[in-house]
Design a protein around this ligand. Structure first.
Ligand code: S3P
Length: 170
């Protein structure tokens, strides 16, 4: 790519490595880094499980859309989005506007291995988190594909090697 896009937006499932890779990529490019989930928690003064409990998933999704609206105006930014941010069709143009959207694609096995001890993801705090990840992946993989400009596989790779591949592609 001849000139860097103003914003790089990372999409993909829980456990794809969006936050780790996004932070490294931003450092590499000298861009700011924002993780929408962390910003929502900061603004709300509460963690995601609390938001889901008190406001429901709908409340969380409304906050997520508000964050994407705010971030659509920023430049020199790497943005890590939550795994479900692509679900609302209104969010997709906000993510794509002036940006290069990167899908960090990861197998369900790896998603599970990377999230199984995590307690901050309310959608997975149920009996069979692996089956949930499978269902979500089946539903969302085509949407990640559609919304993104580029796909990078993150299975069994270090974040640094993914960042190197992205850096070379940009
Ligand atoms: C969600 C993914 C989470 C977070 C919320 C819902 C989802 O983000 O936004 O728990 O619907 O897949 P990560 O993908 O960063 O884990």
């Amino acid at each position: 790519m001849s000139s860097l896009p103003e914003r790089l937006v990372l999409v993909g499932p829980m456990g794809a490595g969006k936050s780790t890779i996004g932070r490294l990529l931003a450092r590499e490019l000298g861009y700011d880094f924002v993780d929408t989930d962390r910003l929502i928690e900061e603004r709300c003064g509460a963690n995601i499980p609390w938001i889901f409990d008190v406001e429901g998933e709908a409340g969380f999704r409304a906050r997520e859309t508000a964050m994407l609206e705010e971030m659509a105006g920023r430049s020199r930014l790497v943005l890590a989005t939550g795994g479900g941010a692509v679900l609302n069709p209104d969010n997709r143009p906000l993510m794509r506007q002036g940006a290069w959207v990167i899908y960090l694609k990861t197998s369900v096995d790896q998603q599970y291995a990377r999230t199984r001890r995590d307690r901050n993801r309310p959608l997975l705090q149920k009996d069979n988190p692996r089956a949930i990840l499978e269902t979500l992946f089946r539903e969302r993989d085509p949407v990640y594909d559609e919304v993104s400009d580029m796909t990078v596989l993150t299975d069994h790779r270090s974040p640094r090697s993914v960042v190197r591949e992205l850096r070379d592609a940009l």
